[in-house]
Write a protein that binds this ligand. Structure first.
Ligand code: HEM
Length: 138
């Protein structure tokens, strides 16, 4: 499961970066919001939700929830037991809010702007709290 979580992270980051770039481009170039833009944003939502599920399985399988207290004194443990999961949950919630808010907008620019704002903050949070040293086994 950890391996799937580890590989899935590449997919999530890739589509999220594409969605952020695409929505920025759409906004700046005043493009119309097409099916392609919708699908990219939706795909990002689905892949990130799947990552959330895998993350929960890894978290409980490895028993991190039983050790939160003990992990707080050490920064690597705190990252995995608390900071990473919590930050990722917030990031995925932002993606979800961005997705549902964009659907209510009628203007194309407003759709791009909503996706861009929420997805970009989510990307920033994810990059901030990925356990990079575990991922690349430094
Ligand atoms: C967008 C969402 C997420 C991304 C991009 C992500 C990414 C990653 C990456 C790259 C690693 C390092 C994997 C490795 O060691 O090879 C990792 C580890 C981990 N993730 Fe996530 N994750 C996400 C969400 C979550 C969530 C929601 C949870 C828990 C509720 C979670 C729990 C964990 C745990 C416990 C580990 C450490 C496992 C270990 O090294 O023993 N992740 N995550």
């Amino acid at each position: 499961m950890l391996q799937i979580h580890s590989y899935w992270a590449y997919l999530v980051l890739l589509v999220l970066i594409l969605a952020v770039g695409n929505s920025l481009l759409g906004l700046v170039k005043k493009k119309s919001f097409t099916d392609k833009d919708l699908r990219l944003a939706l795909f990002t939502l689905i892949l990130s939700h799947f990552q959330l599920l895998i993350g929960f399985v890894v978290y409980f399988n490895q028993g991190w929830h039983k050790n939160i207290g003990a992990m707080m004194s050490d920064s690597a443990g705190r990252l995995l037991a608390l900071e990473h999961p919590l930050t990722m949950i917030i990031a995925i919630a932002l993606i979800t809010i961005g997705w549902s808010k964009h659907k209510k907008k009628t203007e194309d620019a407003a759709k791009f702007k909503t996706i861009f704002t929420f997805y970009a903050i989510a990307l920033f949070l994810i990059l901030l709290r990925i356990p990079w040293s575990n991922w690349f086994d430094f």
